[in-house]
Design a protein around this ligand. Structure first.
Ligand code: T46
Length: 136
């Protein structure tokens, strides 16, 4: 299945209370150029979003606050990845059905995407998704 969990480089300050700084660089940490950044925030715990696939879009997901569970489905295989620290990133390649469980109140999901928003790239019906991937 075409996804990859990556470790995001994070530097922690030596002094207490100064926290950490996490950094992701195009051309080094993931295999596409970024055309768009968006983030989902303010959700209640256990809310489920997503429930769609993309035909061409590649994305890097990370969760700087809270915890999200990303459920992936290729049509033949399933996988689950939990993003619960700012140090985890998830690269998702095209043609994977995804559902995202926002596990805690106010979890934030940030996404760096390879393309600008295009509703025609979405497959929002699961039966249509299965037909699409079986015909590839
Ligand atoms: C994904 C998961 C992780 C826009 O107008 N521009 C945008 O860039 C985006 C991402 C969405 N929208 C509109 C489309 C809908 O009317 O915002 C509304 C909510 O989008 P959606 O229901 O697709 O949101 P999620 O959280 O289900 O899915 C989003 C992304 O759409 C999707 O690509 O992989 O986050």
């Amino acid at each position: 299945m075409q996804y990859q969990l990556i470790k995001i480089k994070t530097l922690y300050a030596e002094e207490d209370n100064l926290g950490g700084l996490s950094v992701i660089e195009e051309g080094r940490d993931f295999p596409f150029n970024i055309k768009r950044i968006y983030y989902v925030h303010g959700t209640k715990g256990q809310v489920i979003r997503g429930n769609h696939a993309h035909k061409k879009l590649k994305q890097l997901l990370f969760c700087p606050f809270g915890s999200v569970k990303v459920c992936l489905d290729s049509g033949t295989e399933k996988a689950e990845v939990t993003l619960d620290t700012p140090e985890k990133g998830l690269i998702i390649m095209p043609c994977l059905w995804r559902s995202i469980v926002y596990a805690e109140d106010n979890s934030v999901l940030c996404v760096a995407a390879s393309e600008c928003y295009d509703e025609d790239d979405y497959i929002r019906d699961y039966a249509e998704f299965l037909e699409y991937v079986s015909g590839r």
